[in-house]
Design a protein. Sequence first.
Length: 267
Amino acid sequence: MNTTIRKSAGLGAAALAAVLLAGTAFAEGMPKRGSMKAPEPERRACTLSANVGLTTDYVFRGISQTAETAAIQGGFDATCGLFYAGVWASSLDFDGAASIEIDWYAGIKPKTGPITWDLGVIYYSYPNSLGSADFPFVELKVGGSGEIWKDGTLGVTVFYSPEYTGNTGAVWTVETGLSQALPKMGMFSPTFSALVGYQRGGSDFEGVFGENSYMYWNAGLTLGFHEKWSIDVRYWDTNLDEGTGACPGGSLFSCDQRFVATLKFTY
């Protein structure tokens, strides 16, 4: 269940990015006569990208979506000025109730001063799920992020679903994330990132999750290399009790602590 919000796992949950630093070099004191300014590269109004990845466990908001087994994931993204749209998919293991998730999302990313906003909508679909499961749901999101020091970014995102998965009523989710680009190490461009999330619903939500609210968090390191590749190693945990509510025990919908590794290729 990923978002620009993108699940993280996956949102893992879900939270993944490689940061490259670049600069323009010129020679001080060189004669300027006869020099010509290099033409600026043409800016494209719209861009397309795609990604494919393999993860050891698809974790969404602290809960395993693949019974603690590996998942294949991938998606497409389009950006036109302030507007963006995309689709992302992952394999699942819901014990026969669903085996694939496809997320559709769109929104805008305006900027006011140092803050970049993210206003969007996400539809989480489960095309081959049991009809009685009522897994699909819609979320609206409002987020803001900005650089708080050199190469350090802090962001807060609020999600709202009028009818959360499993027909559990209105649910609010708040996530705060921090990312810090680190000095390049040989061929690798490392980025540390961490996230804390809080989700709250009503009585129907409590009936499924065993609590009307819970917290989840992750922290990890992403190593970008060869421009298009990245490896992410991340620690996940929640304050939910294993064996109750949404965490029935065993591997299915596990919500206890674990490490997740993800290999991703973006082109």
